[in-house]
Design a protein around this ligand. Structure first.
Ligand SMILES: [Zn+2]
Length: 240
């Protein structure tokens, strides 16, 4: 169920009651190795589509512009400032709550805005007493990439690339890839612009093999993982 496709009179009948949960996909536009600039938007949007039925949720219009920092030097990357993003997100969450939702799931696709989303969620909870959980999907799926690929993931790396390949294989530019594109960030260094767009955080991690079956297996497992955590949180929230 997409919010944007509903008429207001339909919305009035459905919320609250039939639908008490809104999913808000959030990302940014930034360079991602051999996957598209919109990778961080594409993944949470598709995840939202796959989760919406079981969560009895309406998918809110996504926020596709986020905070891009170390990769802003790469062509086509876009950003807004941290303060603007946090304020905008807070106001969007408050506005969603005002439409009489009981719960909001913020489905985040980008690691550079975790703190801002946390503060925005807390502020909206304080102001409207709407239950909010912010999900950084890849973080709770670390063990899944290890299990399927036998190595860790990273930015635009094994796991994130697999998610895009599962959703839109036509957008993956495998012919542009070579293993030396994977930049293993040395401890103790922070660089602007980041020397790589495929980023691994430990030795041997991040490499991409472009196997379609494994990519689909990974993304399905990731969706299931996120779903099971959300259903558990919803259950625990019932008394509140
Ligand atoms: Zn990303």
């Amino acid at each position: 169920m997409l919010w944007e496709e509903l008429n207001w009179a339909e919305f009035e009948k459905l919320v609250p009651g039939t639908y008490d949960t809104a999913i808000l996909p959030v990302g940014t536009i930034e360079a991602h190795g051999v996957s598209p600039l919109g990778t961080d938007n594409l993944i949470p949007m598709e995840m939202a589509r796959r989760l919406a039925g079981d969560l009895k949720a309406i998918i809110a219009p996504p926020v596709n512009h986020g905070i891009t920092s170390s990769l802003l030097g790469y062509p086509g990357s876009l950003t807004v400032s941290s303060a603007t993003f946090e304020k905008y997100m807070t106001e969007i969450l408050v506005s969603i709550a005002a439409c009489r939702f009981d719960k909001i799931v913020v489905l985040n696709g980008h690691g550079g805005q975790i703190e801002q989303l946390g503060r925005a969620a807390k502020e909206a909870w304080n102001l409207k007493r709407v239950k909010i959980t912010v999900v950084h999907w890849w973080v709770c799926c670390d063990d899944i990439v290890e299990k399927i690929y036998g190595r860790g993931g990273g930015h635009a790396a094994t796991d994130e690339n697999a998610a895009v390949q599962a959703i839109r294989p036509d957008l993956i530019k495998a012919d542009l890839y070579s293993d030396d594109m994977v930049f293993n960030q040395p401890g103790g260094f922070t660089s602007y612009p980041n020397p790589g767009t495929i980023l691994a955080y430990k030795e041997g991690a991040g490499f991409i093999d472009f196997d379609q079956k494994k990519a689909e297996q990974y993304f399905e497992a990731a969706v299931e993982r996120v779903k099971s955590h959300l259903l558990d949180i919803f259950k625990r929230w019932e008394r509140l």
